[in-house]
Design a protein around this ligand. Structure first.
Ligand SMILES: [Zn+2]
Length: 391
């Protein structure tokens, strides 16, 4: 309240604000914590991943206990934020943002914050921002470098609302700045080149600062600039993006929302994701599962071995241990499977797998996922899932 551009009115605006944080990894945890501590009234967090030990270097809301339990990031973040600020509402969804649900998730929010790790979903979030005239805070970090910018689509100018800007303050959209998504493998990712926690922290802090200023300032005096930094060269720069809109942009000029219109129907490409660097495949199974169906799966899994059942927030996880192994399935070595007694229970689909083998069913409020560890072959993962779970 003592900050000149904020004041009591600004703090009140933060309290009534509804912010969507897309992705709750390294960027998302830092953004969520800062917005929660600042008193942003409603935070909606969407993330489909579970906490892993390797995340703890940079994902500041999570602990070793979360990693050991394999808690979904959205639920772990919600639980932690409830301890940080009990006066705000945190909505956690273990889900991925896809064309079928993106408008539903973004519609009820005043501001979107991009804490994602892939261009495909970034374009989808950008489509949602432009289609609905919502402000989008963009950010990214890899290695020692990072960047962030606030994007105010022209479609939302002069419309009032929680964040208010005029045509002159409109900025390019993400497609104006980066018209083509790089192909997988073309860009450095955190998986391929690592990331310094400080670089993520700085990028996320800039994102949080942009979000708080957009929400609290009235009138808006935030300059339209893209901030870049490199902690290897200790170089910080920013460049103006005012007036840099592409007049022929398919998204913010022609209103063609390619990512929103892309179908992600059942059985399609969008329902399977190879988790590179983790030797795992994730399958998006269906919408929410009924308790009875979950029970049926638990019984079926129990026939394969020991089932570990866990519940955090609105999400239940079922993890199977095969007969003959005392190890938790997360550390389940393939050699143990083969040499253990009762190996007749082990599915034939396990042949040709590598490292540890695991199967976890993640049943959340609006979506269900299976994470199959031990392969990067989607067909192999699907076969194991069909054999063991039978959905
Ligand atoms: Zn554009």
């Amino acid at each position: 309240m003592q900050l000149p551009a904020f004041g009591e009115a600004g703090q009140a605006r933060l309290r009534s604000a509804r912010v969507l944080v897309a992705g709750c990894g390294a960027l998302g945890t830092v953004v969520c914590e800062q917005l929660a501590r600042a008193g942003v009234g409603t935070l909606t967090i969407i993330d489909r991943d579970v906490v892993e030990r390797s995340n703890l270097q940079r994902q500041t809301l999570f602990t070793e206990v979360d990693a050991a339990r394999g808690v979904p990031k959205a639920e772990a973040a919600k639980a932690r934020l409830a301890q940080v600020n009990g006066e705000i509402i945190v909505r956690a969804f273990v889900d991925d943002l896809v064309s079928a649900n993106a408008l539903r998730y973004t519609r009820e929010c005043d501001l979107l914050v991009d804490c994602l790790d892939n261009f495909e979903t970034r374009y989808l979030l950008n489509d949602c921002a432009v289609a609905q005239g919502l402000p989008l805070v963009y950010g990214g970090a890899v290695g020692f470098r990072g960047m962030a910018a606030a994007l105010l689509p022209i479609t939302g100018a002069d419309r009032g609302g929680a964040v208010s800007w005029n045509v002159g303050q409109s900025t390019p959209c993400l497609r104006c700045i980066a018209p083509d998504a790089p192909l997988p493998g073309e860009v450095e990712t955190c998986e391929s080149s690592g990331v310094l926690a400080s670089a993520v922290g700085i990028a996320a802090s800039i994102e949080a600062a942009l979000a708080l200023r957009l929400l609290a300032e009235s009138p808006l005096i935030l300059p339209a600039r893209l901030v870049r930094f490199d902690l290897a060269r200790l170089d910080f720069t920013s460049s103006s993006i005012a007036g840099a809109r592409d007049e022929d942009c398919p998204c913010c000029a022609a209103h063609r929302f390619a990512s929103l219109e892309r179908q992600t129907g059942a059985g399609g490409e969008g329902n399977c994701r190879v988790l590179c660097g983790r030797n795992a495949v994730e399958l998006r199974i269906a919408g929410a599962l009924a308790e009875a169906e979950l029970e049926r799966i638990a019984v079926r899994l129990a026939a394969q071995g020991m089932v570990v059942r866990d519940r955090v927030g609105a999400t239940t996880t079922l993890t199977v241990r095969f007969h003959g192994s005392a190890h938790d399935i997360r550390q389940f070595a393939l050699d143990d499977v083969r040499s253990a007694p009762g190996t007749s229970e082990i599915p034939a689909e396990l042949d040709g797998w590598s490292g540890s083998v695991a199967l976890t069913v993640l049943a959340a409020e609006r979506a269900t996922f299976a994470i199959i560890t031990g392969t990067t072959d989607p067909e192999r993962a699907r076969a194991l899932f069909a054999r063991v779970v039978g959905l």
